[in-house]
Write a protein that binds this ligand. Sequence first.
Ligand code: BJW
Ligand code: ZN
Length: 245
Amino acid sequence: MSAASNRDEQIRLLREKLAQAKSAAVLTGAGISAESGVPTFRGKDGLWKQYQATELATPEAFARNPRLVWEFYNWRREILKPLAPNPGHTALVELEKRIPRFTLITQNIDGLHHAAGSEKVMELHGNIWYVRCTGCGRVTEDRTVPLPERPSCGSCGALLRPHVVWFGEMLDPAILESAYEALQFTQVMLVVGTSGVVQPAASMGLNAKQQGAFVVEINLEATPYTGVYDLSIQGKSGEILPLLL
Ligand code: BJW
Ligand code: ZN
């Protein structure tokens, strides 16, 4: 069987599973936003190839040099501001409408699932368009680009930080709990555009599979989970996801 017809067969099978499913979960990573122009983290042009994660995406880095970290996030906000959702995001909006119990879990901080129209999105790693006060903890939406080099809280004056989850930080326990709850009952799970190396998100597909879900990876490349999940469909998510509808 040729690679193309094999992929057609995989898509046909998945479409059938989704059509019958009463519940589905989707975990997305940076790859789903790549076709919108958002840089990924670990590919050959990935952010962590050019910049050191430990210097920019850890609480220690922020304590050491908040200006440098804010410079990085201001630059990312500038890149993201004009970008729009792509057909991969839009296909997930449609899936949400069709499947009775649908859960969208994302590692992305770009807000593009919301922008596409997805209603319920669990943002495991936060959202770059929100800031959080290091003093009083207040979280506010702020789309100003760029923010000041050292932005401060409007209510208590303390330093603001991006409302994202850095390495070594805990994910929001309430969001994590809802995500794990969804993995318990989901019949079908799609793992889209993630390299599968950052925990705890990386283990979620396996977690769902161990609880009986039919788990399918959609990615340009092989990942540590290729061959472990029920299907691995290779291709662009912006092309594959619309074919599932
Ligand atoms: C396409 C495509 C197209 C391209 N179509 N596909 C257990 C074991 C070992 C370590 C740990 C562990 N538990 C916790 C840790 C530590 C750490 C971790 O996992 N480290 C590993 C890297 C080793 N995890 C944490 O610290 C987490 N906290 C935590 O667990 O707290 C408790 C705890 C703490 C400490 C110790 C133990 C427990 C927090 C993780 C926070 C991650 N934060 C970041 C930055 C967010 C803010 C920002 O953006 O600035 O989140 S890192 C970065 O990676 C970002 C992403 O969400 C995340 C995942 O990346 P993703 O989405 O997979 O992107 P890529 O680039 O890696 O992959 C893109 C994929 O798309 C590729 O596969 C392409 O092929 C594909 N693709 N175009 C389809 N068109
Ligand atoms: Zn404050």
